[in-house]
Design a protein around this ligand. Structure first.
Ligand code: GLC
Ligand code: CA
Length: 547
């Protein structure tokens, strides 16, 4: 056990998507004034850090992931003054602050891009301008190239049209990034979440890709100069002892280890993978298939095993890019019960857990009737492709199931108008279930999901086995139950999670006599058992400790 562990290994990180967290100035849009008022709530959950999705000035074509000024706060979210106040208050409450660093692309309204339309501009080489596009696809549907009439050329965008990719091969671009990092680190932020970071280096010749789908990916995912560029940015962070978690597209453990294995060559502290978010879909929720617990377990277990002793996991089951997890892997009918089970299924793994706003109170997917009500561009692009193949109703059902907009409805604070999010009509629809599903109600109910999260987080910090214990999976072919253990010296933890509404029997693994263990958590009022196992009720979870 290393003597001095980095702080992030004991952290619980709460993610705030600012537009929908809390509206402090009554214009219907979440902002930093609202965040400031709710910091105690975040801390009371047990969070020791906050990751802010982008707060920067942005035309909001991709809700802040299209940045037009990296050194300014979006006026609808506040200004640098209130940001500094939030930062300071977080630190006084014992919470670090992590900013979203979006450097694969800028907004098309960023002054660099505007200037780069002119061939003679020094900014021309900041982006990918070509007379002829290649055949790559955008990750949000459609093509990755658009013609710009003013520039008389095509430019590349792996995401929306309004997000031109930066040419990271240009040393001037990398110097700009260094400057941006220093700006925020000098202000006192503690680190970064680095957006689609394994896409920042493209094969320089930008060759056509003759695969049938996701064209281009093999030329920019974990690209040729990725390590070199990450090393350059790490040098900046090291001067501040700052933290970094990267987001990795199509990332598998082996590629992750090349960046996060601890030791001299380490480039990032941890990486987000998408693998466990694909248990009911292929690559994105827009290509759905029935939920497979086997697939989910394999993803969790692969990452636990392959990183053990070598690198640190970033644990999450929700963020702003995925529909709500209860609606996917759990059950809206058993909302609270399945929400608790889902909490237990990842909170006792090895790594640093992230909790996304609203996850802790069990918010679920919204279902809007018309595509016009969905703000996200990706929803519209996929809807258009669906409509070529199917009737409107079927297409809408798929969008309702897949859209990340479900994670972006206003946070449900209480049962008053607009869910207590705002005094006026919010920028986006409030989930109609807010009278039953809200933070105030959950705080007052000892059996709520919120209080389950608080207990589970407190347990994580109390039990060394959660941080250091060896991971074991039991019954990996069981299609209904995920059971895993953690073992450290004399301490053994056993976590049992049923992913089904049917009854099924959980047989204790060899060497575990359940009646000799202490039950730490469960999601039913009682917990009948025998030494050999128990009959799981719908979405039942139990956590046992053996000492
Ligand atoms: C990341 C962000 C997502 C954004 C995309 C493009 O995946 O999490 O919200 O749309 O990058 O910046
Ligand atoms: Ca506001």
């Amino acid at each position: 056990m290393p003597m001095l562990d980095k702080w992030y290994k004991d952290a619980v990180i709460y993610q705030i998507w600012p537009r929908s967290f809390a509206d402090g100035n009554g214009d219907g849009i979440g902002d930093l004034y609202g965040v400031y008022q709710r910091l105690d709530y975040v801390r009371a959950l047990g969070s020791t850090a906050i990751w802010f999705s982008p707060l920067y000035r942005s035309p909001q074509a991709d809700y802040g992931y299209d940045i037009s000024d990296y050194r300014a706060i979006a006026p609808e979210y506040g200004d640098l003054d209130i940001f500094r106040k939030v930062l300071d208050r977080c630190h006084r409450l014992g919470m670090k602050v992590i900013m979203d660093l979006v450097i694969n692309h800028t907004s098309d309204r960023h002054p660099w891009f505007v200037a780069s339309r002119d061939q003679a501009s020094p900014y021309r080489g900041y982006y990918f301008w070509r007379d002829r596009p290649n055949n790559w696809d955008s990750m949000f549907g459609g093509k990755a190239w658009d013609f710009d009439p003013a520039a008389g050329a095509y430019y590349m965008h792996l995401f929306t049209r309004q997000q031109p990719d930066l040419n990271m091969d240009n040393p001037k671009v990398r110097a700009e990034i260094e400057g941006i990092m220093r700006f925020w680190l000098d202000m006192g932020v503690d680190g970064f979440r680095e957006d689609v970071i394994n896409c920042i280096s493209k094969t320089e010749s930008l060759p056509d890709d003759w695969r049938p789908a996701a064209r281009g990916m093999r030329y920019y995912v974990n690209g040729p100069h990725l390590r070199e560029y990450l090393a350059q940015f790490k040098k900046v962070r090291d001067q501040y002892d700052a933290f970094a978690v990267g987001e990795g597209v199509l990332l598998k453990p082996k590629a992750a280890l090349a960046m996060i294995a601890e030791g001299p060559g380490q480039l990032l502290d941890m990486m987000f993978t998408f693998q466990h978010m694909e248990a009911d879909c292929l690559f994105t929720e827009y290509y759905p298939h029935p939920f497979s617990l086997i697939k989910l377990k394999k993803a969790f277990s692969d990452w636990q095993r392959l990183l053990a002793g070598r690198a640190w996991n970033a644990l999450y089951i929700e963020n702003h890019d995925h529909p709500r997890v209860i609606s996917r892997y759990g059950s809206e009918e058993y909302r609270v019960v399945s929400g608790k089970m889902l909490a237990a299924c990842y909170l006792f793994l090895q790594g640093t857990p992230f909790i996304y706003q609203g996850q802790e109170i069990g918010m679920t997917n919204i279902r809007l009737d018309s595509i016009d009500e969905y703000p996200d561009t990706a929803a519209h692009n996929h809807y258009r492709s669906y409509r070529r193949l199917m009737p409107e109703r079927t297409a809408m059902r798929l969008v309702q199931r897949a859209s990340r907009d479900s994670a972006r409805t206003p946070m449900q604070w209480d049962a008053t108008a607009n869910a207590g999010f705002s005094t006026v009509k919010p920028w986006f629809a409030v989930n109609p279930d807010y009278k039953a599903v809200n933070a105030a109600g959950a705080a007052a109910d000892p059996d709520s999901l919120l209080n389950f999260y608080r207990k589970a987080i407190a347990l994580r910090t109390e039990l060394p086995v959660v941080k250091h214990g060896e991971y074991r999976e039991f019954g990996h072919l069981n299609p209904w139950i995920y059971a895993y253990g953690r073992v450290l010296d004399g301490q053994r933890l056993l976590v049992v999670c049923s992913f089904t509404a049917r009854r099924c029997f959980f047989r204790a693994p060899k060497g575990y006599k359940l009646d000799a263990g202490r039950m730490l958590l469960g999601n039913y009022a009682d917990a009948p058992l025998t030494a050999d196992g128990f009959a799981c009720r719908p979405y039942e979870t139990r956590v046992y400790l053996f000492e």
